[in-house]
Design a protein around this ligand. Structure first.
Ligand SMILES: CCCCCCCCCCCCCCCC(=O)NCCO
Length: 344
């Protein structure tokens, strides 16, 4: 692909003990607000193609006190104050997944893999694929969330996006979210009104508040989300890995490491239910399985997992970044911005 090289994403510290309004100031002070504003405009046009939906989402974004929970509301407000990007645009960008994920969605692509090496060490890798990838590549960052003066968890996000789609809490668990396009966007909006959690605010909440893999898994299974989603979790011992398939309010299904007889040492999730065959038009799952089996458990490590996630079409024109993490080993957390992908 292309002639460019992947680059390591820059890391910023966000101090959870600082007031929410100020937490992201150092992160966004280097941001090109004009570039982000233009990118948001393009991204929202693709993600929210329906005029009725746009109007409803604008109404939600105006009523930030009612719909957006703390501390996220104040964090987004602080980013708006620091950059001059209108608050409503930032709110909509931060909840775009929840209000748009549906069976009528645009192209689907994202891959998460949890694997064990021959010693039982867990590696968790993911490709984050989304609309407007060249914009998103430009704003991809790693965030080292601190509490009590110490690193609590690492996450990969986009500048201005305060939810977490990919993250690892040291010595405990890692988690990634893949889009599940099974619902209807109007049901997602009704769920906002009912007070369910925004999917990637929930994921961040789990990273901030749950101290073990087991606790994180229970939360991912039980906590209602606004949109359907696949949460993929990795732990720190050889059997700790799971795909949690959520239908917004309820659990749809659950697969654990070891359950698949053909490859008990790893789990692969793209954007399709594990018990159904993926569509022939977008079979990234079998491509990933084939690549994992070619490497084999004996040779599996962080570098090999990165190579698996670099095999087309697992790696594709919408891939913005690849993160490799291992909750048991804080030295393994690396996000590569995929400038080596095909131009979008
Ligand atoms: C102010 C910040 C602007 C950035 C907005 C970024 C929005 C990103 C939303 C990402 C949602 C990710 C869903 C999971 C990934 C996935 O499965 N992708 C395939 C389906 O599109």
């Amino acid at each position: 692909f292309g002639g460019h090289k992947a680059e390591t994403a820059k890391t910023f510290v966000v101090d959870l003990d600082a007031p929410p309004l100020q937490r992201w100031q150092k992160v966004v002070q280097s941001a090109d607000a004009n570039f982000i504003q233009k990118g948001i405009d393009k991204l929202l046009r693709v993600a929210l193609p329906n005029e009725a939906l746009v109007k409803l989402v604008e109404a939600i974004a105006k009523d930030i006190e009612r719909f957006i929970p703390q501390p996220y509301a104040d964090e987004i407000r602080g980013i708006s104050q620091a950059t001059g990007i209108p608050l409503g645009d930032l709110v909509i960008s931060n909840i775009v997944y929840d209000v748009s994920a549906s069976g009528t969605g645009r192209s689907k692509a994202c891959t998460s893999i949890v694997t064990t090496d021959h010693n039982g060490k867990i590696y968790h890798g993911r490709n984050l694929d989304y609309a407007e990838p060249s914009f998103l590549k430009n704003i991809t960052i790693q965030v080292d969330f601190h509490r009590n003066g110490k690193s609590l968890f690492m996450a990969t996000t986009y500048m201005g996006y305060v939810g977490v789609i990919t993250g690892s809490r040291h010595g405990a668990f890692s988690i990634s979210g893949d889009e599940r396009n099974t619902g209807k966007w109007w049901n997602n909006l009704l769920a906002v009104e009912k007070g369910s959690g925004f999917t990637f605010f929930n994921e961040r909440w789990i990273l901030e508040n749950k101290e073990t893999y087991k606790e994180a898994l229970i939360e991912a299974v039980l906590k209602p989300t606004i949109a359907p989603v696949y949460y993929i979790l990795g732990g720190i011992t050889p059997t700790e890995g799971a795909i949690v398939v959520r239908n917004a309010h309820t659990l749809a299904n659950f697969t654990m490491l070891g359950m698949d007889e053909t490859h008990p040492w790893y789990l692969v999730e793209t954007n399709y239910d594990p018990w159904k065959a993926p569509p022939a038009s977008d079979d990234r799952r079998d491509a990933a399985i084939h690549a994992m089996n070619r490497v084999g458990q004996d040779k599996m490590d962080a570098e090999m997992l990165y190579k698996v996630l670099s095999v087309p079409p697992v790696f594709n024109e919408q891939t913005t970044y690849t993160t490799i993490m291992s909750a048991a080993d804080a030295s393994v957390y690396r996000t590569m911005i995929r400038w080596d992908g095909p131009d979008y």
